[in-house]
Write a protein that binds this ligand. Structure first.
Ligand code: PXG
Length: 288
């Protein structure tokens, strides 16, 4: 449990970290957020996360109460106050208190919440032996309806797919877009390997522009592995050699089964394991 929470302009006790029932973040999911890792006391890719946060806010005409330099300072103060060296930061910006109506402009001031805590990991054996997933029947939001690049507080689309996963006894679901192409998992980006080449859906397929995704693409290319961004079909997931997901929570995790089809030899593949190792080294500052 966190001992101090950043609320608006200062650190407060968790009991005082409360927002109004009239906050449009609660009433309408009107707001944006980021989930960020801390490794060895260093905030992982903070600049990239803040850029995405400010862009998400700009896209929904939400003003964040401080600039990126002040927000960086607030994040660091929150980590220090909670004694976090390896953990997780949740940054939330809500539209703020308004009236019972959709209109956002009656909300006079956005709220800023920063929570720094330990991270809940998947069980270690899932990283070693790989994870099973299913294909969700819930279609990913149409990118022209709600651009998936906006990391908004409205995650119902993903939650519906997550329910399908949990109902099937697995932890993650793969979501497809309105055209049937792979978009992403409920909180992770999708990668496959076929004949030594890595494939991942383009952001335009309806994926969040994941920070982990970008880092992993870069690490793979530095290993001399070709990475291709193109639309992927469900069939290609079924017959690939390797399959893995990337995300702040999951980092790099091998998928060994989708819809009852075993991937490769049923264990996380060599490229997956290599990239997981490289990601760890990079995250812990052991490799440029
Ligand atoms: N797609 C979606 C829909 C996400 O929400 C990712 C991809 C991966 O992006 P990053 O930038 O993290 O590599 C996300 C991120 C959680 C949790 O508690 C989920 C995310 C981030 C942090 C925590 O499940 N999703």
């Amino acid at each position: 449990m966190a001992s101090k929470i950043w609320l608006d302009d200062t650190l407060v006790d968790p009991a005082d970290a409360v927002v109004s029932v009239f906050d449009h973040g609660l009433l309408y999911g009107d707001g944006v957020f980021e989930g960020i890792r801390v490794y060895n006391g260093r905030v992982f890719e903070l600049a990239a996360h803040l850029k995405r946060l400010y862009e998400s806010a700009r896209a929904i005409r939400l003003t964040i109460r401080m600039d990126a330099a002040q927000l960086t300072d607030a994040v660091e103060q929150t980590i220090r106050a909670n004694g976090i060296t390896d953990g997780y930061i949740r940054l939330v910006v809500t539209r703020g208190t308004g009236t019972l109506g959709l209109g956002p402009f009656g909300c006079k001031e956005s709220r800023l919440i920063i929570i720094a805590d330990r991270i809940q990991l998947y069980p270690e054996e899932m990283y070693v032996h790989g994870m099973k997933v299913i294909s969700a029947s819930t279609t990913r939001n149409h990118p022209l309806a709600l651009p998936p690049q906006i990391k908004s507080l409205n995650y119902l689309n993903n939650i519906l797919a997550k329910i399908e996963a949990l109902d099937s006894g697995v932890m993650e679901a793969i979501m497809y877009n309105h055209e049937g192409y792979v978009a992403e998992a409920t909180g992770d980006n999708v990668f496959i390997v076929r004949n030594g080449v890595i494939y991942t859906p383009p952001i335009s397929a309806g994926a969040l522009d994941g920070i982990t995704r970008r880092v992993v693409i870069d690490l793979a290319r530095r290993q001399g592995i070709t990475v291709v961004e193109r639309n992927l079909t469900r069939f290609e997931l079924y017959v690939c050699d390797e399959f893995f997901l990337t995300g702040t929570a999951a980092e790099v995790i091998g998928i060994v089964d989708i819809d009852g089809r075993a991937i490769g030899d049923g264990r996380p593949g060599p490229i997956t394991c290599l990239l997981r190792e490289k990601f760890f080294a990079y995250a812990h500052g052991k490799e440029a």
